[in-house]
Design a protein around this ligand. Structure first.
Ligand code: ADP
Ligand code: MG
Length: 201
């Protein structure tokens, strides 16, 4: 797929605006099982990405993804800054200029592995990984990409009954049960924004 500069701009714009528009919801989720800053953290990061939209989009797809990751590492803070930063930086390192769906799948697999390593975590710990994993599995199974946003939303919702064993929410032990993980939710939002933009391209 050829993702030209105009489309790179639209991708940055849509993802950033989606995260910014949901900052309050994300903060509410983090108030229940964390310290209530996930929405603020993500908004700060994506406002910085949006401010640099044209400069980032002028670069090739791999470099643009890497630049988004660098900005997130610098601006998001918290536990999630390095994790979302790693996700995007590794996507940038692994994706070719004109990715096929198979290339994008393998780039997501590499990014998933990098986030796991960075956070010393895995699926089932009630984190963003619990959304990335089923999306990756569906892509590997050859699922229609149009079904991915709904799958990601369902995966985020499915973190509700989980007990957190990583991140700040793990401090709550059993009391983390019954709430959706904020990072799972923000990951699903980002994925939906990407799919919607590519689908409409
Ligand atoms: P902090 O926890 O420092 O307040 P945020 O509130 O911005 O940072 O982000 C919290 C989110 O980060 C969690 O909801 C979870 O999805 C994700 N997260 C935290 N720790 C890890 C980890 N070790 N591995 C993967 N994701 C994690
Ligand atoms: Mg927090």
């Amino acid at each position: 797929m050829h993702i030209d500069e105009a489309l790179r701009k639209r991708l940055i714009q849509t993802v950033a605006e989606t995260v910014i528009a949901h900052a309050e919801d994300l903060t509410e989720l983090d108030q229940a099982i964390g310290d209530g800053d996930h929405g603020l953290n993500m908004r700060r990061g994506f406002e910085a990405v949006l401010a640099d939209r044209d400069k980032i989009a002028a670069q090739s797809l791999p470099k643009a993804l890497h630049a988004v990751g660098m900005t997130l590492v610098m601006k998001v803070g918290g536990a999630s800054g390095p994790l979302y930063g790693t996700l995007f930086m590794q996507l940038g390192k692994s994706i070719p200029d004109e990715p096929t769906l198979a290339d994008a799948t393998e780039a997501l697999a590499a990014a998933f592995g990098a986030v796991k390593m960075r956070g010393k975590s895995d699926v089932g710990a009630k984190t963003m990984l619990d959304v990335i994993a089923p999306v990756l599995a569906a892509l590997r199974d050859g699922a229609d990409p149009r079904g991915l946003p709904a799958l990601a939303d369902a995966a985020a919702a499915a973190t509700k009954p989980m007990r957190a064993v990583r991140g700040r929410a793990s401090f709550l032990g059993d009391r983390s049960i019954g709430h959706i993980d904020p990072g799972a939710r923000s990951t699903a939002l980002i994925l939906r924004a990407i799919c919607d933009t590519l689908g409409a391209a």
